[in-house]
Write a protein that binds this ligand. Structure first.
Ligand SMILES: Cc1ncc(COP(=O)(O)O)c(C=O)c1O
Length: 305
């Protein structure tokens, strides 16, 4: 997806011009994939841009870093404020936000302990990740031939840049085969998640999503959707899913900051009712929530000004 430049990028404490936000080709993370990042969205709300669950995203960034033993030289609050400053500098009513912490220039080799840690925050306008009609028409899914990395290889709890090699392999495989997105199974053969989204499957009265132990990222949208679903009266819970559970799902959707709530219309060419009533009501409530229109979730929108 092409990037639309915005005026400024925050780098190590100050806003620099978009074109000046450059790094050296020997930047450590470029070579070894040891960086941590977040994907966040700011939405247009009645009170100006509202950054959805900003503090929780930055807290997860710091947890990702802790798993890698990477010391970010700022506090959570400093990165929260820097993110707001960056969003404000764009003048946009809403945007996608990408904070990244990475090992910088100066050291080579796999010992990261002496490496400096740099932080950057960029924002740009970004539409619906799985397409504008993903909520209504749904997306076509393929179970990937690639296995989700597990807790003792590349910890899925950390949103590490290098983890996304696994995701990209699966994504490209699915696209080349004519599908929209891939579903990753873990080493036990159970459903984990998609390449950049968590999965929810309705079977009977239950709405089931695989937990971190299945190799899924602890999604902030997953948490928001579970809260919304329960408040709407649905029986949303963590649980194991097999690929057959997907083939006979009553309904299914995927969710993430980039994809928001996107319905699924088929898995491996087995049609799934789409969009189901549960999916539709959750997607509608989520869309209102991120825009600050639902009182009970108002604190999830962190305003810039
Ligand atoms: C692998 C993976 N799973 C799930 C998600 C959804 O997480 P969130 O809702 O916090 O964006 C993402 C996106 O960050 C992801 O990259």
């Amino acid at each position: 997806m092409p990037i639309t430049p915005t005026p400024k990028i925050w780098m190590n404490g100050s806003l620099v011009d978009w074109d000046q936000a450059n790094i050296h080709v020997l930047t450590h993370t470029l070579h070894y994939g040891m960086g941590v990042f977040e994907g966040i969205r700011a939405y247009e709300t009645a009170d100006g841009p509202g950054i959805f669950r900003l503090t929780e995203h930055i807290e997860r960034l710091f947890r990702s870093a802790a798993i890698l033993m990477m010391e970010i030289p700022y506090t959570v609050q400093e990165i929260v404020e820097a993110t707001k400053e960056t969003v404000a500098s764009t003048g946009l009513p809403g945007c996608y936000i990408r904070p990244i912490a990475y090992y910088g220039y100066g050291e080579m080799g796999l010992n990261t302990l002496p490496c400096s840690v740099d932080v950057a925050i960029a924002c740009w306008p970004w539409g619906a990740y799985l397409g504008d009609d993903a909520v209504t028409k749904g997306v076509r899914m393929k179970i990937s031939s690639w296995t989700r990395h597990d807790h003792n290889t590349m910890p899925p709890a950390s949103k590490t840049t290098g983890n996304y090699v696994n995701s990209s392999l699966a994504k490209v495989e699915a696209l080349k085969a004519g599908y929209d997105e891939a579903i990753m199974l873990n080493q036990q053969g159970l459903v984990s998640e998609c390449t950049g989204e968590n999965i929810f499957v309705a079977r009977g009265p239950a709405l089931i999503t695989p937990p971190l132990s299945a190799g899924a990222l602890e999604g902030i949208t997953q948490h928001s959707v579970m809260t919304i679903a329960r408040d709407l009266g649905f029986d949303a819970r963590f649980g194991e899913l097999t690929r057959s559970d997907l083939y006979v799902a009553d309904e299914m959707f995927v969710c993430g900051t980039a994809a928001e709530v996107s319905a699924v219309n088929s898995v491996d060419d087995r049609d799934i009712p789409c969009p189901g009533p549960m999916t539709t009501s959750i997607a509608q409530e989520y869309a209102r929530t991120v825009r600050g229109e639902v009182d009970r979730y108002k604190e999830w929108c962190e305003h810039v000004g």
